[in-house]
Design a protein around this ligand. Structure first.
Ligand SMILES: Cc1cc2nc3c(=O)[nH]c(=O)nc-3n(C[C@H](O)[C@H](O)[C@H](O)COP(=O)(O)OP(=O)(O)OC[C@H]3O[C@@H](n4cnc5c(N)ncnc54)[C@H](O)[C@@H]3O)c2cc1C
Length: 428
């Protein structure tokens, strides 16, 4: 029987193509741990795996199944750097911070690829990324970005694409120009989740699914987590719930906001050889980004969202088809075999959020659409920090990430208005 994530809409093509997804029991009762982790996406799983390997007694719980949040359902694109380009970050935080954040993301890229290779996890990596401009007025920014990355940030893999090259690499005349990045690529996200879960289990982490954290508090120096199946008493804890945090912990909830994003997978595109002949993934310059790529077996996986309603669209396929047709009108009648969505955790400045929310309790999330490599790496960095091996994670703790305005009652509504406004601007 197929499994449907209770927290994310639609049955994904990734689930359909990962039949061997392992299942774990509900926590059998109260327990003790050196470290307790809440949330089994990339962040929590990497933390658990790295801690367990070093002999730490670690318990990881997930309210649903590992990968049911964003980690098993995303666009699979690594990108390069953080969500905001380094040269834009430089204008706000200065050159040194921009470089450090960029270097962290490059470390993350290397780490994920190295992890998959070391453990022979077939994540279906395909190289190449195209970032394309939907407004002619952005051309100077794109050219400047290539120049900055090449000359100042020591990243030699970008080249500017004029309209002709953009059209031929995309197989679409929808975009004006773009940037080709040969130093990154895209993966099958659920295969990474499954490989990672297996490594965490092998390393001796105690893994429980269907176990929801209800409350976190400090009692007599210990962290006590009340769950739906007993309590966990630990020396320290990691909250890795990202865009699914709900009401569990107020600091995370006020700094990391969920926005829904949706993906559709078409049937294998026989005969459409002009579409992405180089196999790269694509993201565009819209504020409400569209992102797409071909799978290894030749389907179009197309992601985006409409910002006009906070709910899931009634028909995700129809919503995705509209966006596909704008870029590839020849695919108007193509069958969409799977359509699904998930919550992306974003922050105000689109930089990751990491903070100690009470003594011994750290929260990490808000990768703002760049979590495929960053969430994995931050989970590993959390483990290293806990083990006293590295302090690289402290870089994120120093970032001044403001809370979303509006308080608990109005936060979502205000974000929603802002998204709708920017999505309207995307059109003109
Ligand atoms: C549709 C979509 C497309 C995306 N595309 C890309 C992309 O192309 N490239 C990119 O870099 N990033 C992308 N992202 C973002 C990326 O997937 C995330 O940044 C990353 O997976 C975050 O991992 P995580 O472990 O922090 O959180 P998640 O994977 O979201 O995991 C959080 C987990 O916490 C659990 N949880 C929540 N509350 C509780 C509780 N109270 N008790 C127990 N467990 C709880 C949930 O069940 C969930 O499993 C996309 C996201 C989505 C949704």
């Amino acid at each position: 029987m197929t499994w449907q994530s209770p927290i994310s809409p639609g049955y994904s093509w990734y689930e359909a193509t990962t039949p061997e997804r392992p299942a774990f029991p509900v926590m059998p009762g109260s327990r003790k741990a050196d470290v307790a982790i809440i949330g089994g996406g990339y962040t929590g799983l990497q933390a658990a795996c790295n801690l367990a390997r070093s002999g730490t007694d670690v318990t990881l719980i997930d309210a649903c199944r590992f990968g049911d949040g964003a980690s098993g359902r995303n666009g699979g694109q690594f990108g390069t750097g953080q969500r905001v380009w380094a040269d834009e970050t430089e204008e706000v935080l200065g050159r040194e911070w921009a470089q450090r954040l960029f270097d962290m993301a490059e470390n993350a890229k290397r780490y994920v690829l190295g992890f998959a290779e070391e453990h022979a996890i077939d994540i279906e990596f395909m190289p190449g990324q195209l970032s394309v401009g939907h407004k002619a007025s952005l051309e100077r920014d794109y050219r400047n970005h290539v120049e900055a990355m090449t000359e100042r940030y020591g990243y030699p893999h970008l080249s500017f694409m004029d309209r002709e090259e953009t059209v031929s690499r995309l197989g679409s005349s929808h975009y004006h120009f773009g940037i080709r990045d040969t130093g990154t690529g895209h993966i099958h996200p659920m295969k990474l989740v499954v490989g990672l879960v297996r490594q965490a289990a092998l390393a001796g982490a105690h893994l429980y699914e269907g176990t929801k954290a209800l409350k976190i508090e400090k009692k007599g120096g210990a962290v006590v987590i009340e769950t739906t199946s007993g309590t966990i008493t630990a020396d320290r804890a990691l909250i890795a719930c990202n865009g699914y945090i709900g009401n569990l912990e107020p600091v995370t909830a006020s700094h990391v906001m969920p926005i829904r994003s949706f993906i559709g997978a078409t049937t294998v595109l026989h005969g459409h050889t002009g579409i992405l002949p180089g196999g790269e993934s694509v993201d565009d310059s819209r504020f409400v980004v569209r992102y797409f790529r071909k799978s290894k077996d030749g389907r179009l996986l197309f992601g985006g969202r409409e910002a006009y309603t906070a709910d899931n669209p009634r028909d995700i396929s129809a919503h995705i088809r509209r966006q596909i047709c704008e870029i590839y009108p020849d695919l108007a009648d193509v069958e969409i075999t799977h359509a699904w969505g998930g919550s992306v955790g974003i922050t105000m400045p689109r930089q990751p959020f990491c903070r100690e929310v009470m003594p011994g309790v750290t929260t990490i999330g808000g990768y703002s659409g760049h979590g495929v490599m960053l969430a994995n790496y931050c989970g590993k960095l959390y483990a290293e920090l806990a083990l006293g091996k590295s302090t690289e994670l402290d870089l994120l703790k120093q970032l001044k990430i403001p809370a979303f305005p509006g308080g608990t009652r109005f936060r979502s509504a205000l974000l929603f208005l802002a998204l709708s406004w920017y999505s309207l601007r995307d059109r003109f």
